[in-house]
Ligand binder design. Structure first.
Ligand SMILES: [Zn+2]
Length: 153
């Protein structure tokens, strides 16, 4: 798929403006270049925007013991937390796949932990310019967010 495509779920307000979305994709594309993927060759870059306006990136890092590999999205979250972020507004994920790649299930759960107001924009883009935007709540419905329903995180 070529060109820029952007769709948003009708029942959710998009939080990012076009400039922020482009900046996130640019950051994710840049950090993707540093991905360590000698086994799969599938380089992924992720960039987060927190409530303070900070952008933090992460790339996937593989290991010869495959199960120890870690996704770009989780690496970005862990780096952002170390830099003081607690509430993430949006994440961009960039791959070289033919179509935009959504975060895996494990990353969706980790993203939810730091989602501002329990949701975030998820922008998926390819290096060829395809783009899809959705929300974490659409990717992870009926999620596990707290074991204390009366005392949310
Ligand atoms: Zn993942």
């Amino acid at each position: 798929m070529k060109g820029i495509e952007c769709s948003v779920l009708a029942n959710k307000e998009k939080r990012l403006d076009g400039q922020q979305e482009n900046a996130l994709i640019e950051a994710a594309t840049a950090v993707r270049e540093r991905a360590y993927v000698p086994y799969s060759g599938f380089a992924v870059g992720a960039a987060l925007l927190d409530e303070a306006g900070q952008i933090v990136g992460g790339c996937n890092v593989e290991n010869v013991s495959y199960g120890l590999s870690s996704c770009a999205e989780r690496n970005a979250i862990f780096a952002a937390v170390g830099q003081g972020a607690r509430r993430v507004v949006a994440v961009a994920v960039v791959t070289g796949a033919e179509t935009p790649t959504p975060p895996c299930g494990a990353c969706r759960q980790v993203l939810l932990e730091f989602a501002a107001n329990d949701d975030m924009d998820v922008v998926m883009a390819t290096t060829a310019g395809a783009r899809r935007t959705t929300h974490l709540s659409a990717l992870l419905p009926e999620s596990f967010a707290s074991f204390k329903p009366d005392n949310p995180r």
